[in-house]
Structure formats: C-alpha cells, structure tokens
Design a protein around this ligand. Structure first.
Ligand code: F6R
Length: 611
C-alpha cells in the first residue's frame, strides 16, 4: 500500500519521480505528492486524488530542476485522503521532506512529547510525527544519517520511508521495517522505491533492502547500514529479468485485460524448467529443485489472503487427491490470531503474489514460532515472503500491475498442480497414468487457452451487456469449481461494485436460496465432471425460484438455462484454467461497460501491507 520513490541522479527529479509514481499508482491512489530541494528550500507539490491531479497541478507551475527528491502515491490509513494529509510531509521548520508507507504505532506518545517541545502539526498523519522526530534528532546529532537512526530507534510499527533534507543536497535517505523497499542501482543515478517497476526504465540492477536497514543514496554512491547502530551492511546487487514492456499496457486499454491475456504465457513460464522431458519416451517429469531437499510434508497448512487464498483452496483438492497430504487452508488474518495446533512434520505454505501482504507475513511468523518450516509461493522476487521462507518457489508470472489479481492466480494454480504431482510421485501414491496425462496435457494447455481467449472475451462482452444492471449475483460451483466461484464473485465485486456471493452449490438450500428472484442472476460453474449431476439439480432449484442462470459448461452437456457459455473441454483439473479467465473476463467486461476504473478500483490497493 502506498507507492514511494526516491531519486538521486543527474536527471530533473520531478518528471522522473512522477513517471515512477505512475508505475506505482496501483499501490494507492488517494493522493500524491513530490518534493525536491533547491537553493536550500524544499519545493513541495501535493494533490488530492489520483496522480492525474498532481500532474495537472504540476503543469501550471514552474518546477525545480533539482536532480534529487522523493514522491508518494497514497492509500490512506491515518487521516482522510485530503491534500494536507498527502505525502511528502515536512517537519515543523520545513527542512526535511519525508514520504512514508506503513503505520507508526506509537505516534501518539511521540506526538505528545514533540508538542511539549513546541512542534506544531499540519496534518492528521502518523507520518508527520516521524518527520518531526527526525528533525528533533538532527538537533542532537551532527549528521542526518545519525538523526534518522536516532529517530527510527524510537518508533514502533511498519514503515518504508524516504527523505530529503535542505542541509544535504543530492542525498536521499530511506529505511524499512515490514514495508517493501528495493533500491535501484543505475549509472550516475540511484533509486529507492516500493517496487521495481518504479525505476525499471533506468536500471535492472537491484538491491533488496531488509527490515531494519537504512540506506543513503547519492548520484554516485549507495550505502546500507543497520538503522539501530549504523553498522555497515554488505549487500548483493542482483539483476532482475523483468523488462520494461512487461510493466506497460502494451496497447491494451487496461492492465487487467493485458494480464488476463498473458495467462497462456504465464502457464508456460511457470512450467519452464520444472518439467524435464525424457527424449526417449517424451513423457515429462516434474522437477522442483526448490524443494527437492525437503521430504513431502505429513500435513500442509496453506496461509494466504484474497485471490491467493482462493488458489490455496483449489490446491487443496489436488494435493489431497494426488499426494494424499491433508491440507488446511487458512485465511491469514484469522490464522495469525488463533492458537493453531500445528503438528511436527507439517509444512506451512504461504501463497502471495506480492510477497508483502502483512497478514500473510504475520501468519508465516506464527507458523515459524510454532516450529514449522515455511514454503513460500510468491511472484515477486526478493519480497518479504520470499525472504522469510525456508524454501521459495516463484510463480514467474511477471509484474502484475492491475489491482485485481488475475494472472497471478493462474500461475499459483499451475504451481500448486506441480506440487501435487511432485509430492504424489515422490510418495509413490499417484498412479502413473494420471501423472503422465497431467504432465502431457499441462504442456499443451497454453496453446489451447491462447486460441480460446478471444472468443471468451466476445462472449463475456455479450453477457456483460445483458447483466450489467443486476444488483447482485450468485456464483456457484462444487469441488474444484467452488474456489473458482469464490474468485468469480470477488472479481465482479471488486471492479464492478456489483454485489456477488460465491457459494458451494450444495449450500444454497441451507439459506441463500431465499434471495433468489428473477432479478438475482446466478453464474454457475457447470462443467463436465463427476459432480455435474449434483450441480445440475442445484441449478434446477434456482430456476424453480425464477432465477436466471449463466452457466459455464462444456460441449455436449445437457443443460437448460438462459445462457450456456461453452468452453472447450480439457482434461480433469485443467478445466479450471479455462474457467478462470472466463470469470475474470466477465467481471472485466462488466466493469468496463459500467465505466468503472478497472485497474484502480475504489478503496483498494495492490499489496496490502497493513493489517
Ligand atoms: C483480489 C486481490 C487480493 C489479493 C490479496 C492477497 O483481486 O488482488 O484479494 O489476492 O490482497 O495479495 P497477495 O497475493 O499479494 O498476498
């Protein structure tokens, strides 16, 4: 949540920072701001609303040519999203400009103390308290580096901060605890940011900043210290293989539709290096070097939030069926506050696209305290989940920019399927026929999906026109399609703001069916599998109450509903990979038709780094 960027280099900082913020805007979009220093004065420009409002404001003023500065795009936690609460925040004497992502938990005590020393506050934020504490620190320390360390030693909570100060032109300081931060190492310029896309056009060389580290960058140097005692820290510069194009819309109207259409490639990329083909038999074998040193667990606890949680629910079906490992799937925000009974021999599997979700990280911490090893399934290389895990499997989906997660789930399903196959084989509990069929058909899946996506989109468009007036939707499914029903409902509500409930189809008659009337449509997952006859009778019950039905189904399935949406049939669980984009496309086309802000839905932000 919140996007931050700090720059020290040779280019005019304001346009570069605003461009960087544009690539981070998915992290928050309540307000935005930028600060640079010129002639010993801070130049601060902030605006309420999306980045476009800041752009508009900047177009009417002469901005400085300063070549260092900080910028922020906000997702409000403390203080309503108005300009005075927008970042950067200045200290009382306007010598320091600071941006902050996260929450300072003890800000009230610190504020009370600072007020007694004569500090006045202009905003309602916890962030302004921290910048003033740093200013106070500057009075007791001879360098800004020491002042920042002095202040950070007193705060509790989560933060990623970056700041510039009038008495140190050309320098940006940054630090983090439990909020993401990465440094970009360029030629004659250096960057800090919440996420790599912010500086991707300028460098692919990155240094991942760890909790408790404090960074000092100038155009020609970068140094990392332990914030508590300023001990220097050796860091490794890594080169990431994301390209700039992957973080741009590439001619699509929205990131979301681009990412939906990337799913065939996402499956191939996730499989890359994980299926070894035996040239004599042409049968592939799943190899997962990331976890080869680990015995298959006796029990698995999946910890995740939102869409990643839905992926976990889906994975449970396969891991239990193929690998005969009992699986509990836990909503991370619940798990972290329980006293779960975690037996020896169990493994915690944390699923997270961003790798920065606060609840998932807290779940990892708890599982660790209870002695469980952690396997992270994560998209963002070097993220907190990756670093907190004992074993890490990357989903290799590339940058996901749309706030509504799509391709990340597809990659998570692929990885979970590989895990089920791998453990099933290693334990010797999965029959050879299922194993080789799954591997074979997985390899063919990307091309089948790729060919089908344009037709799916056309069908989604058609149906979205007919149902865009609906106030509510049910999404129903059984077996592996129940988690997909939850996901379909989540996608629709988060981007189109139409109320939607995902249900296990068999649960309808235990209460929810009371809601059905001719204006309350149902989106049914009625694909061909052994549970189809059960789904069919649930749908008859819905129809008997006058409810209209859109049914995702396969050729040759007999079903008398208002709208049959026929998807090509693939093998067994792989049908989920066909159904998922259909659900995403229906939500997308509905939201777009209704004129909603698809990539940046209201009240949401990508990467939920606060509780
Ligand atoms: C929904 C969505 C969220 C995320 C959730 C977990 O479209 O994006 O529900 O899935 O916030 O995020 P990660 O996977 O980054 O931990």
């Amino acid at each position: 949540m919140c996007g931050i960027i700090g720059y020290a280099g040779h280019r005019p900082a304001v346009p570069l920072i605003v461009e960087g913020l544009r690539r981070l805007e998915y992290r928050g979009y309540d307000s935005a701001g930028v600060a640079t220093v010129q002639n010993k004065e801070i130049d601060l420009v902030r605006a309420e609303g999306k980045l476009a409002a800041l752009d508009e404001k900047l177009s009417h003023i002469n901005v400085t040519n300063s070549t260092f500065g900080v910028g922020h795009t906000r997702w409000a936690t403390h203080g309503v999203p108005v300009e005075k609460n927008a970042h950067p925040h200045l200290d009382h004497d306007k010598n320091i400009a600071m941006i902050h992502n996260g929450i300072i938990e003890n800000y009230q005590e610190i504020k009370a103390e600072l007020v007694t020393k004569g500090y006045e506050f202009r905003s309602d934020t916890d962030s302004e308290v921290l910048v003033n504490l740093i200013a106070e620190g500057r009075k007791h320390n001879d360098t800004m580096l020491k002042a920042v360390s002095w202040a950070l030693n007193q705060v509790e909570g989560a933060y990623a901060i970056a700041l510039v100060a009038v008495d140190e032109p050309g320098t940006v300081y940054a630090a983090r605890v439990s909020s993401p931060m990465v440094m970009g190492v360029g030629v004659g310029e250096n960057f800090v940011a919440s996420d790599i896309p912010a500086f991707l056009p300028y460098t692919r060389k990155v240094v991942f900043i760890e909790d408790g580290e404090l960074v000092k960058i100038t155009s020609s140097s970068w140094e990392v210290f332990r914030a508590e005692n300023l001990a220097p820290v050796e860091k490794e510069v890594q080169t990431i293989n994301w390209d700039v194009q992957a973080a741009q819309k590439g001619g699509h109207k929205h990131f979301m539709i681009k990412e939906i259409f990337e799913q065939p490639k996402v499956i191939s990329d996730c499989l890359a290096g994980r299926i070894n083909i035996n040239s004599s038999t042409d049968i592939g074998e799943v190899v997962l070097p990331e976890i080869s040193a680990m015995e298959p667990p006796e029990r698995l606890h999946i910890i995740a939030c939102g869409t990643s949680y839905h992926a976990g629910l889906w994975g449970k079906y396969l891991i239990e069926q193929w690998a005969k490992i009992p699986v509990d799937v836990e909503i991370a925000s619940e798990f972290r506050y329980r006293d779960p009974l975690l037996s020896k021999g169990s493994l915690a599997l944390a699923i997270s696209q961003s790798g920065e979700t606060a609840d998932t990280l807290a779940g990892i911490k708890l599982a660790k305290q209870k002695g469980l090893p952690i396997l992270g399934l994560c998209n963002v290389v070097g993220s907190s989940v990756a670093r907190e895990s004992d074993y890490i499997m990357y989903t290799q989906a590339g940058p996901e920019i749309s706030v509504a997660s799509t391709k990340a789930m597809c990659s998570q399903l692929t990885a979970l399927l590989l895990l089920a196959l791998y453990w099933g084989k290693r334990k010797g509990v999965l029959d050879e026929e299922t194993y080789s069929r799954a591997v074979q058909d997985l390899r063919n899946l990307p091309s089948i999906l790729d060919a089908e996506l344009p037709a799916m989109r056309a069908r989604a468009k058609e149906l979205s026109r007919e149902y865009s007036e609906a106030n509510s939707f049910f999404y129903l499914g059984r077996g592996q399609y129940f988690p997909l029903a939850l996901e379909g409902a989540l996608k629709l509500k988060e981007i189109s703001y139409i109320h939607a409930e995902g249900y296990a189809a068999g649960e309808m008659k235990h209460g929810p069916i009371a809601l059905i009337d001719p204006k309350f449509p149902t989106f049914a997952m009625a694909l061909k599998d052994e549970l189809f006859p059960k789904v069919k009778s649930n749908l008859v019950e819905v129809q008997a109450r006058g409810g209209e039905i859109i049914a995702l189904t396969n050729p040759g399935v007999e079903l008398d509903v208002e709208h049959r949406w026929i998807l090509p049939e693939v093998w067994g669980p792989l049908n989920a990979f066909m159904a998922l984009p259909a659900l995403q496309l229906f939500a997308y086309e509905t939201a777009d038709y209704l004129g909603k802000d698809v990539d940046q839905p209201r009240n949401l932000a990508k990467s939920v780094t606060v509780e």
